[in-house]
Ligand binder design. Structure first.
Ligand SMILES: [Zn+2]
Length: 283
């Protein structure tokens, strides 16, 4: 199924733009590729405790053996510690989901670009039921004030618990931003918030909806509604997950209706007009 320009833009927005910021680090790392085979004695890296917490609910495991540059490899441990001790608890607070019931262990596998086992041209990341694979340029080589981390693939793992979705990255804009805020990446949050605001309040929005295939309009309207609700009050993202009914529907219209009931409730009825005016059926 072909994506409309706006869908592609959204698909690319959070991970793509954040990931591009890491390219300069990747370029630095490229110079070290000739350094020869790395030692693998420290694989995998396992995290079972965090500062002030002797035993964490979910064990995090990292296979960094497909990352070769020593400078990048040195960031493997801080990466998986951030996932276990910062990003995981942040999404637990945001979603209210106790992931340990489904995933007592979560495994990350990181790859240099030439080691990536999937077709090129994708997002550079892939989540499984309790696992995630990521390119090194979108994980260990991401720079932030709190070190390298991933808020995208772990959200896919969390969202595997909420039921079927009308759109693969629904609630991602708001959730990823809130996770950045929760883990203390102030600059990442501010930059992401500015991007979200620009996208949500794009003056060309109506023309883009008009050009969009009719069946794509409602999911895109839901994404836009989510973004605008988040801009008006970041705390709504916690309510998104608590008000959403968990359900598994094959039918796209039923999936949309389930999310629309949630947006309607969270917005106290204010979302209804926009959603109905932009391709959503009454729910
Ligand atoms: Zn994704």
């Amino acid at each position: 199924m072909a994506d409309s320009p706006r869908m592609r833009q959204h698909l690319a927005s959070q991970p793509g733009r954040a990931r591009r910021a890491a390219v300069w680090l990747g370029a630095l790392a490229a110079g070290a590729l000739a350094a020869g085979p790395p030692p693998h004695a420290d694989e995998p890296i396992v995290v079972t405790s965090c500062p002030g917490q002797e035993r964490i609910a979910v064990t995090f495991r990292l296979d960094c053996s497909h990352v070769r540059d020593p400078a990048a490899r040195a960031r493997c441990k801080p990466f998986i510690e951030n996932q276990a001790c910062k990003v995981f608890p942040a999404y637990r607070r945001i979603t209210g989901i106790d992931l340990e019931k489904a995933c007592p262990e979560i495994t990350y596998t990181l790859y240099d670009k030439d080691q990536w086992p999937h077709p090129p041209g994708g997002e550079g990341g892939q989540a499984g039921r309790c696992s995630a694979e990521l390119l090194s340029q979108f994980s260990v080589l991401i720079d932030s004030s709190i070190g390298p981390y991933d808020v995208h693939e772990l959200l896919h793992v969390y969202q595997s618990q909420i039921g079927s979705v009308p759109y693969t990255h629904i609630l991602f804009g708001a959730s990823q931003l809130e996770a950045r805020r929760e883990i203390g990446d102030h600059d990442g949050y501010e930059a992401g918030f500015a991007r979200l605001k620009k996208e949500a309040l794009d003056p060309n929005l109506e023309q883009e909806f008009a050009r969009m295939a009719p069946e794509r309009r409602c999911p895109m309207a839901e994404v836009n509604e989510e973004e605008r609700l988040y801009i008006s009050n970041p705390k709504v993202v916690y309510a998104f997950y608590r008000e959403l009914e968990i359900g598994w529907q094959k039918d796209q219209a039923q999936r949309e209706a389930r999310f629309n009931r949630m947006f309607d409730k969270v917005s106290q009825g204010r979302a209804k007009k926009f959603l109905l005016d932009h391709g959503c059926a009454p729910w």
